[in-house]
Design a protein around this ligand. Structure first.
Ligand SMILES: Nc1nc2[nH]cnc2c(=O)[nH]1
Length: 159
């Protein structure tokens, strides 16, 4: 079996990003998920096509890969993304637990063309009441009921 190197897969992710721009389907971002020398997930940024702010290239690729594996984990997989992941995708990456992530463009490159996610990193650092989108504590009676139910549930899949 022919095994391709990291650069081969990265070029595929970059090509996905490039074709997304050419076909005017969304932002200039592409990602692929590789397992055992095969592509099991491919994603391009489809935010404006799908009217889905979560449809970043990495999220799309992770969804396809997890669907392919019928698993919520990407153990044994490597993600190649044309650009350094944003904080949302970083979250999705940590939840899906791939073995490694390779990225090409940096967040500085992305900021230079108008995709600046630095403000989100800054927001995370701020206390809740100083964030630009108000996030307020609101705890009606029994607000912990779902957590208590989970703790004592016999039928559950932990992750
Ligand atoms: N890495 C990455 N950064 C983005 N910034 C805005 N959209 C995207 C995306 O799909 N991928």
């Amino acid at each position: 079996m022919m095994l391709y190197g990291h650069e081969y897969w990265m070029k595929m992710a970059i090509d996905e990003a490039f074709r997304n721009v050419q076909q005017a389907e969304g932002g200039p971002f592409g990602a692929i998920v590789v397992k055992d020398g095969k592509v099991i997930g491919k994603g391009r940024n489809l935010v404006t096509t799908l009217n889905d702010p979560t449809a970043h290239a990495e999220v799309q690729a992770i969804r396809e890969a997890c669907n392919h594996l019928q698993s919520f984990q990407l153990t044994g997989c490597v993600i190649y993304t044309s650009c350094e992941p944003c904080p949302m995708c970083l979250g999705a990456i940590y939840w899906s637990r791939p073995d490694a992530v390779y990225y090409a463009s940096t967040k500085k490159d992305a900021a230079n063309i108008g995709f600046d996610d630095h403000f989100i990193y800054e927001e995370i650092e701020k206390p809740m009441d100083q964030r630009s989108i108000p996030m307020r504590l609101l705890q009606p009676a029994d607000y912990l009921l779902p957590f208590q139910a989970w703790s004592s549930a016999e039928r559950k899949i932990e992750y």
